[in-house]
Design a protein around this ligand. Structure first.
Ligand code: BYC
Length: 320
C-alpha cells in the first residue's frame, strides 16, 4: 500500500517537473531529488564563498581607485551570492551551520577553479572573462531549474555575473592595448586559466554520474559537454578581440558541426584538484577557517542581540 502511494507521489512529482511547474519547499519530493539539490546548491554556495579568496588577494594592490572599487564590489557580490544560495539550500531542511562545517572540514566540494593562484593583475581579468564567463554559461540555465528557490536565486546571481564578466573583459582589453610587458602578462594569464576554466563544467558526459538524473529532474538543462562547447564557441571570437591565443593547438572550426573542436582535457589534473591536491586547496581551506574563527564574535553578538530583542518584545506583549 505504502509503495503504491510512493509511486503515485513520484509520478505526480515527475509530471509537475515535465510540465514546468516549479517544485516548492513544502511540496512532496523524492529523497534523492532533495539530496541532489542540497549537494549541488551547497557546492555552488561554497564556490561563491571560496571564490572571494583569489580575487580578495588583489584588493589592496589594484592598479587604480576605479579598479579597486570595481573589485571590492565584485567580491561583495560573490559573498551575496553565497548567502542567497545558502538560504535556498536551507529550504531543503539542512542548517547553515552544518553546511559551513562541511566546507570548513574539507568534506564538501567547491569548484576546482578556485584552487589556482592569482600571481598577476591579469589573472583577476581572466577570472572575470573566463571564470565568470564559464559560470554564466552554466548558471543561466539554472534560472529554469525545477526547484523554485534555487531558480529564483539564480536570476539575480546571473545578472551580477554578467556584469562581472564584462568588467573582467574590459580589464583585459585595457591590458591588450598596453605595453609589450602588459600584453605578455595578459597572454600568460590566459595560458594559465584556459584549461582550468574548461574543467569548471565538470567531467565529460560519459564520466558524469549525476547528469542523466539531474536532466530528467530538470535541475540541469544541458549536459557538462554541451555547456563546455557553448563556452568554447563564444570564447574564440572574444580571444580575437583581445588579441590573445587560446592555448590549444587543436582548436579548430568544424564545418560539419558548426562548432569549434578542442583538444583533450587533462582529467588527471581535474580530479587531482577536486580531491584536494591542487596548487591552492590547502591555503584556501586554511584562510576560510581563519575567517570563520575570526567571525565567531559577530555570530555570538547577533544571537545575543536577537535574544534580547525577543525578550523585549515578549515583555512589551505582556504589558499590552
Ligand atoms: N569542481 O556528475 P557530475 C562561480 C564534481 S561559482 C569540483 O557532472 P553534477 C564563481 C561533482 O560535484 C562556480 N567538483 O556532477 C564564484 C560530482 O561530485 P559529487 C560553481 C566538480 O553536479 C565566485 C562529480 O564531480 N558553479 O562561478 O551533475 C567568483 C561528478 O560530476 C566540478 C556551480 O556550482 C568542479 N568544477 O555537475 C566567480 C554551478 N565539476 O558531488 C565565479 C552549479 C564536477 O557527486 N553546479 N564536480 O561528489 C552545477 O552546475 C553542477 O553541480 C556541475 C557538476 C556542472 C558543477
Amino acid at each position: 500500500m505504502a509503495d503504491t502511494k510512493n509511486i503515485s507521489l513520484e509520478e505526480n512529482f515527475q509530471a509537475k517537473v515535465d510540465n514546468e511547474i516549479k517544485i516548492e519547499p513544502k511540496d512532496w519530493m523524492p529523497e534523492k531529488y532533495r539530496k541532489t539539490l542540497i549537494r549541488q546548491i551547497s557546492q555552488h554556495a561554497h564556490s561563491e564563498i571560496i571564490g572571494m579568496l583569489p580575487e580578495g588577494n588583489w584588493i589592496t594592490r589594484a592598479p587604480s581607485l576605479r579598479r579597486k572599487l570595481g573589485l571590492i564590489a565584485k567580491v561583495q557580490d560573490e559573498a551575496g551570492h553565497g548567502l542567497y544560495l545558502y538560504s535556498a539550500c536551507e529550504t531543503l531542511g539542512i542548517e547553515r551551520d552544518e553546511l559551513f562545517q562541511q566546507l570548513n572540514t574539507g568534506k564538501a566540494k567547491y569548484s576546482s577553479i578556485f584552487n589556482y593562484p592569482t600571481p598577476t593583475w591579469a589573472d583577476i581579468g581572466c577570472i572575470g572573462w573566463l571564470v565568470d564567463g564559464a559560470a554564466i554559461m552554466n548558471q543561466v540555465p539554472l534560472c529554469r531549474c525545477s526547484y523554485g528557490p534555487y531558480a529564483r536565486a539564480m536570476v539575480r546571481v546571473c545578472k551580477e555575473e554578467s556584469f562581472h564578466q564584462r568588467q573582467g573583459f574590459e580589464m583585459l582589453l585595457t591590458l591588450s592595448k598596453g605595453t609589450a610587458e602588459q600584453k605578455a602578462m595578459l597572454q600568460e594569464a590566459v595560458d594559465r586559466w584556459w584549461w582550468p576554466a574548461m574543467m569548471m563544467f565538470g567531467p565529460s558526459d560519459k564520466d558524469s554520474p549525476n547528469t542523466l538524473q539531474s536532466m530528467k529532474w530538470k535541475i540541469k538543462r544541458f549536459t557538462n559537454d554541451e555547456l563546455r562547447q557553448k563556452f568554447v564557441d563564444v570564447c574564440v571570437g572574444q580571444a580575437k578581440v583581445l588579441g590573445v591565443t587560446l592555448p590549444d593547438p587543436e582548436l579548430k572550426y568544424n564545418e560539419e558541426t558548426g562548432h569549434y573542436d578542442h583538444g583533450p582535457i587533462d582529467w588527471d589534473e581535474f580530479w587531482n584538484v577536486v580531491k584536494g591536491n591542487g596548487p591552492c586547496n590547502r591555503q584556501r581551506l586554511k584562510t576560510r577557517n581563519k575567517a570563520y574563527d575570526d567571525g565567531a564574535w559577530v555570530r555570538e553578538a547577533a544571537i545575543v542581540h536577537a535574544e534580547k530583542k525577543e525578550q523585549r518584545e515578549a515583555a512589551k506583549a505582556q504589558v499590552a
